[in-house]
Design a protein around this ligand. Structure first.
Ligand code: GUN
Length: 296
């Protein structure tokens, strides 16, 4: 029997529906309009399309959306000055600097300049540290979306063998840290695999839940998957264009062969991608509530 598809688009839509109601409530009762400011440096086509989608999603939910598009040769000093201004602007509750940044800008310095209480990406070291010790405030958006997909697919996490392929700061490391926490949406046994892992298949075949964020197509194929496992494909690889001229996307998992073995699987597109934006919106609403001292 082919794997059940975990429909990230549908789940993200449900989450957005709930957020829309919450935003309306915040507006009517407290006069709060959550606001997100995105900052894009340069014209990387993938980054342009991600940032456009993030701003559009804010507007659709009745949030304020601000955007700064800076030239590729922007200096670190200029960007730091801008972040200082955004930190001091009350109607901006969340700041997102789209990564990667051009080589003349030190990414870490920029991320550390964002006020941690406006860091809706969850990339500031303070928020990374909070996540590590189980005091999560802003979980990074893609890992938060992955966790939500696992929970809503009905896959048990308690005691489950989770294998994460990829050790990036944006996905691999934080999702591993989240799922190992002593809490009902954690309690898993987590293994992180990476480019120096000796026998990748030996690890992935043990996984009840396999999360693949390797960064290249077909990093995982059907014979590397335990029958019945839940497979979360985080990859977004542009491989040519479709007939309508849009970028053709594939994940890091070979979908056709994986489908024949897995119990549940996320598609690309329509799996993790839409969840990332939904979680960004949720973090921005949370930031707006925390800024006003409201319970979250
Ligand atoms: N680049 C790729 N993913 C992300 C993300 O989640 N946030 C930011 N700021 N940049 C990214």
């Amino acid at each position: 029997m082919p794997a059940e598809i975990i429909d990230g688009k549908q789940i993200a839509e449900e989450i957005r529906g709930k957020l829309r109601e919450e935003i309306e409530h915040l507006r009517q009762v407290y006069g709060i309009v959550p606001g997100l400011c995105t900052v894009l440096v340069g014209d990387n086509p993938a980054s342009v399309s991600y940032v456009t989608a993030k701003n559009r999603a804010c507007q659709e939910l009745g949030m304020n959306s601000f955007h700064h598009h800076l030239p590729a040769d922007t200096s670190a000093e200029y960007l730091l000055g801008l972040i200082g201004e955004l930190n001091a602007t009350a109607e901006i509750h969340g700041i997102l600097v789209q990564l990667p940044l051009p080589p003349q800008i030190d990414e870490r310095k920029i991320l550390e300049a964002i006020n941690p209480m406006k860091d809706v990406d969850g990339f500031h070291p303070v928020n990374v540290g909070r996540l590590m010790i189980g005091e999560e405030v802003f979980p990074p958006c893609t890992p938060a979306g992955i966790r939500e997909l696992i929970l809503r697919s009905g896959t048990p996490l308690e005691g489950a063998e989770v294998v994460v392929v990829g050790r990036s700061n944006i996905v691999g490391k934080p999702i591993a840290m989240m799922l190992v926490q002593k809490r009902p949406d954690g309690n898993a046994t987590v293994t992180i695999c990476h480019t120096r892992t000796r026998d990748l298949g030996a690890h992935t075949r043990r996984a009840d839940i396999l999360i693949v964020a390797a960064g290249h197509p077909r990093a995982v194929t059907g014979e590397m998957i335990k029958p019945g496992a839940t497979v979360i494909d985080v990859g977004v690889n542009r491989v040519g264009t479709t007939e309508s001229g849009k970028a053709k996307l594939v994940g890091d998992v070979d979908f056709a062969s994986a489908c024949r073995v897995a119990g549940k699987i996320t598609p690309v597109p329509g799996g993790v991608g839409p969840m990332t934006i939904a979680m960004l919106l949720a973090n921005t609403v949370k930031a707006a509530k925390l800024a006003r001292g409201l319970p979250v």
